[in-house]
Design a protein. Structure first.
Length: 137
């Protein structure tokens, strides 16, 4: 079965907050949500542990690359915006200030599209590294 690349990209975008897995037999992406009851969450964990060879854990693709992603986005902007964003990224509290500046500059839709494309590429690379077939929709 093939992994849905869009679904995997969405899970990777949340990988800093939720542990995720791919069921390699069905291609299903499983994301452990906070709203699961304790018993339901434990059942998911036990199911995965009992059949561990059929699941691949998803990496945390957010924490490790978030600053680089912001720098790449900044570098792709026109010169005055680029300089402003790059200056913010050098200061403490850069992530919060970056997001505030993105909103102020009305770049939120462009930033979200940039992130979507990034996580689609990460998902594609992840599937290829793990020999998983995938489908792009």
């Amino acid at each position: 079965m093939k992994v849905n690349l869009q679904e995997l990209a969405k899970a990777l975008a949340q990988s800093d907050m939720h542990q995720g897995y791919i069921d390699i037999e069905s291609g299903r992406v499983i994301l452990m949500q906070d709203d699961l009851g304790e018993e339901e969450a434990l059942n998911h964990v036990f199911e995965i542990e009992d059949d561990w060879e059929h699941y691949i854990p998803l990496p945390n693709a957010v924490d490790s690359e978030e600053h680089n992603l912001m720098e790449s986005f900044a570098a792709a902007q026109r010169e005055d915006v680029k300089e402003r964003l790059q200056e913010i990224l050098q200061k403490s509290g850069a992530q919060i200030k970056f997001r505030q500046q993105i909103k102020h500059l009305l770049l939120k839709p462009a930033w979200e599209k940039f992130q979507q494309e990034y996580f689609l590429n990460v998902a594609r690379d992840y599937c290829e590294e793990n020999d998983l077939e995938y489908e792009e929709q």
